[in-house]
Design a protein around this ligand. Structure first.
Ligand code: PDD
Length: 281
């Protein structure tokens, strides 16, 4: 299938960028991942808003208007109109003539813009039936985790540490609080049925799925509290869920090898997951 690079649609093998690209040299760029079901992107406007916020965070002007983005994404999605997909978008500060930490002259160096549609793997039915395992990991990332930056080495190390322990995800701990997953947000259900997720701020990425799950929960008559959550509260939770564009709402039933709640996906997860499944149609 064709991908989009700097104004052109071309085969993936022909989509090449300079070794001087600041994405390659500095991780100087931002990205988005957008799920697409039956040809329809989920919460597209929210993803565009977050892309703009990320670009503002790194002092880069969005090189495409929303209408231009929509046209690019529509064409990528139309390559594969039936299957579920994810759209990957990345903008870097471009490829100036020489490596220099300081910003290049925007008059001579244009941002690099890349977008690709990929098939979205359905969630593993066994994981949905039994729940996923997660492990705790120190959050060694910077203090602008609200920017969806392509500088992902800390997330890579955490996710790999989780995989090495047979776990789906690493939950990150900063100052005794669990901020988010390496590639996801999370919710807990307390033993008295309170639904809690950490608040937006510089130490986590404000997930589009997180926002959507809060909206769906409220529409279903549930109260969601946004506040910091300790490691002990996570261990003692009746339910724990991960949320992300690719995982949707995923039940977690093991934390560092110990069961969460009764060790099975919970009733509230079931309820929110069906709300999400209905919404995304
Ligand atoms: N990850 N937190 C982090 C650190 C993330 O990387 C992600 C998404 C999320 C969830 O955001 P959303 O609900 O908007 O997908 C939270 C994407 C999927 C990725 O890196 O591939």
């Amino acid at each position: 299938a064709l991908v989009y690079l700097n104004g052109a649609f071309l085969p993936l093998e022909q989509a090449q960028v300079s070794v001087l690209d600041r994405g390659f040299l500095f991780g100087d760029g931002v990205y988005e991942v957008i799920p697409v079901y039956g040809g329809k992107p989920v919460e597209l406007a929210a993803h565009f808003n977050r892309l703009d916020a990320s670009l503002r965070g790194i002092h880069l002007i969005n090189p495409l208007s929303r209408a231009e983005w929509r046209a690019v994404l529509r064409q990528l999605v139309n390559n594969n109109p039936d299957g579920d997909q994810t759209l990957y978008l990345q903008v870097t500060r471009g490829a100036p003539p020489a490596r220099d930490h300081r910003f290049p002259d925007p008059a001579t160096t244009a941002p690099t813009v890349f977008a690709q549609a990929k098939p979205l793997k359905p969630r593993d039915p066994q994981v949905l039936a039994q729940g996923a395992a997660v492990v705790l990991c120190d959050d060694v990332r910077w203090s602008r985790c609200d920017i969806k930056s392509i500088s992902l080495v800390a997330a890579v190390l955490a996710r790999q540490a989780a995989a090495a322990q047979g776990a789906e995800e690493a939950l990150l701990v900063r100052d005794g609080h669990v901020t988010e997953g390496s590639t996801s947000n999370y919710f807990i259900v307390t033993s008295n049925q309170q639904l809690i997720t950490p608040p937006r701020g510089p130490y986590l990425l404000s997930g589009i799925t997180r926002e959507l799950v809060m909206t769906l929960a409220q529409a279903a008559g549930l109260t969601v509290t946004e506040r910091d959550v300790t490691v002990d509260e996570c261990r003692a939770a009746a339910e724990l869920w991960l949320t992300s564009s690719t995982r949707e709402v995923l039940p977690v039933t093991r934390l560092d090898g110990a069961p969460i709640g009764d060790g099975r996906p919970g009733a509230l997860w079931q309820k929110l997951d069906s709300c999400y499944q209905r919404y995304k149609q």
